[in-house]
Design a binder for this molecule. Structure first.
Ligand SMILES: Cc1cc2nc3c(=O)[nH]c(=O)nc-3n(C[C@H](O)[C@H](O)[C@H](O)COP(=O)(O)O)c2cc1C
Length: 218
């Protein structure tokens, strides 16, 4: 599948087939994708806890503000950051921003790889951080960033609305929109294709008019 198609077709999955386990090979491929994400200064200050124990999954679901559906996933992965490592190199910005961004990039890679392997996931960040750390015996210096329940989907969620490009993109400066970005960027392939389309339309209209005139004469 084309990468854009893959990105667009991924959905958050919150119901999993109960009797279909996941091969470890697939789980490890997902984490492998995560570890290849970009990170500030290539610090890779992330860790992943793979949870398979049913009681532990329930405790994680409880810590995630009682999102009990998490416990139904065959595998639950928790992505964690080590902010101190980033702080050592980049100060407050490293600790507060880069650490979160690094982990987010890894999580996105992970869920996209899962989707490409036919697995459903969700990105869950609504949790009680202290409670989750206690449950997973996480050392003081690490911070859980996301819980990723994973399994074969037992639902086909409809696509939630996504804002159109025009609404999200400014050119050069904040709030500046362009009516015709292709023309501004001298994207001749688009401009020529438009011309060809317009030419075809014009030809079609002329042909219709001629046909009308002929039928009127008959
Ligand atoms: C930072 C973040 C936190 C999220 N936390 C939760 C969560 O706690 N529980 C949940 O069910 N979904 C959570 N989601 C998933 C979003 O609800 C979901 O991505 C959004 O509704 C768009 O749907 P889609 O993923 O199918 O495109 C979270 C997503 C992100 C990126």
């Amino acid at each position: 599948m084309d990468i854009l198609e893959l990105i667009k077709s991924r959905r958050s999955i919150r119901k999993f087939l109960p009797d279909k386990p996941i091969d470890w090979d697939k789980v490890s491929k997902c984490i492998d994708a995560a570890r290849h994400a970009p990170s500030s200064g290539n610090l890779q200050n992330w860790r992943f806890i793979v949870i398979l124990e049913p009681d532990l999954k329930k405790a994680v679901a409880e810590a995630a503000l009682q999102q009990w559906w998490i416990a139904e996933a065959p595998v639950v992965i928790v992505a964690l950051s080590e902010p101190e490592k980033a702080e050592r190199y980049y100060g407050v910005r490293g600790e507060r921003l880069y650490s979160i961004q690094n982990c987010a990039a890894a999580v996105e890679n992970l869920i996209l790889e899962a989707h490409s392997l036919g697995l459903g996931t969700s990105w869950v960040s609504a949790f009680d951080e202290d409670a989750l750390k206690r449950v997973l015996k996480v050392e003081e210096f690490a911070r859980p960033q996301a819980i990723i329940p994973m399994g074969y989907a037992a639902e086909v969620p409809s696509k939630p609305p996504k804002y159109p490009l025009e609404q999200l993109v400014f050119f050069n400066v904040w709030r500046n929109r362009l009516r015709d970005p292709a023309r501004y960027m001298r994207d001749y392939s688009v401009i020529i294709a438009r011309g060809v389309r317009a030419g075809k339309e014009a030809l079609k209209k002329t042909a219709e008019k001629i046909r009308e005139k002929i039928s009127q004469k008959q």
